[in-house]
Design a protein around this ligand. Sequence first.
Ligand code: 13P
Length: 340
Amino acid sequence: MIEPSKILELNKVAKQMVAAGKGILAADESFNTIEKRFAKINLPSTEENRRAYREMLFAAPGIGEYISGVIMFDETIRQRATDGHTFVTILEKAGVLPGIKVDLGTKEMDDSPNEKVTKGLEGLPDRLAQYARFGAKFAKWRAVIAIDEELPTEANIGQNARDLANYALACQEAGLVPMVEPEVLMDGSHTLERCEEVSLKVLEAVFAELKNAGVAFEGMILKTNMVLPGKDSGQAAVPEEIAAATLEVFKKALPSTLAGQAFLSGGQSEKEATVNLNAINKLGPHPWPLTFSYGRALQDSALKIWAGKPENARAAREIFLHRAKMNGLAAEGKYGAEME
Ligand code: 13P
């Protein structure tokens, strides 16, 4: 069990992460993922290019107005801005909480090669202690759930839920707020109804394991998917349907004491991710703050405009901050297309 004084501290940070009108920037792309993103702008993924790109984002003037926290990758939390300050210091000065991805990616599940489990529990307490010394205030662990008519299997849901709970408990013991990320993928031809069914099953399993492990819900943030039709389903869902289905699942599965939920964008376009978040919050108030923790939906345009050139940093920052502002408004249900 986590001591009450520790839970109070974790709750304070968790509340800051989901503060009104703010959300989280996921900039924790692994080496493989950032290489894919950079390939789109024909930029080699060197250590210096990765550093320069993250500096463009993190040192954007006024970032703290809409961004409450940034999730970094292991390499990034050790890097420095051009002025010599660590990224942790740069973020702290801007009033942004430094966070860190602590999972080590996914691997095929034994006996179910089309499903994945997440690596990184071994040695986790030592790594968490080191990240806390670097100044991280929260952590992230992503579990990936494949979906079709048959998948996910009970075994896959169970293992991912248990691993997320073990991770979350280790974080809270180390004084870091866990972001618990079960992601039901958008890939596939499944319907919105199937996504709703699977998302509910997954979240119920995750919260049962979290409770079982003694994780304090007040000291954690959920990071999960919106209920969406599969990318190849051909099904067109309007934001109001997506919002209603997502909230239906949350009402059934999320404990009222949960500090907050921050959505991943998961392959939605920048505007879809904003419009859908807005539709969800327009149906509020809800028992928990519901905000964003977007990677691609905050970065896609900024990366394209930046294109690896220092002279483009200003324009790239402008579009990045614009998306952050639009999502900040959507987190309060106050966004409108005319604001674009
Ligand atoms: P996307 O918003 O691009 O899905 O990334 C969020 C994230 O952190 C996935 O783990």
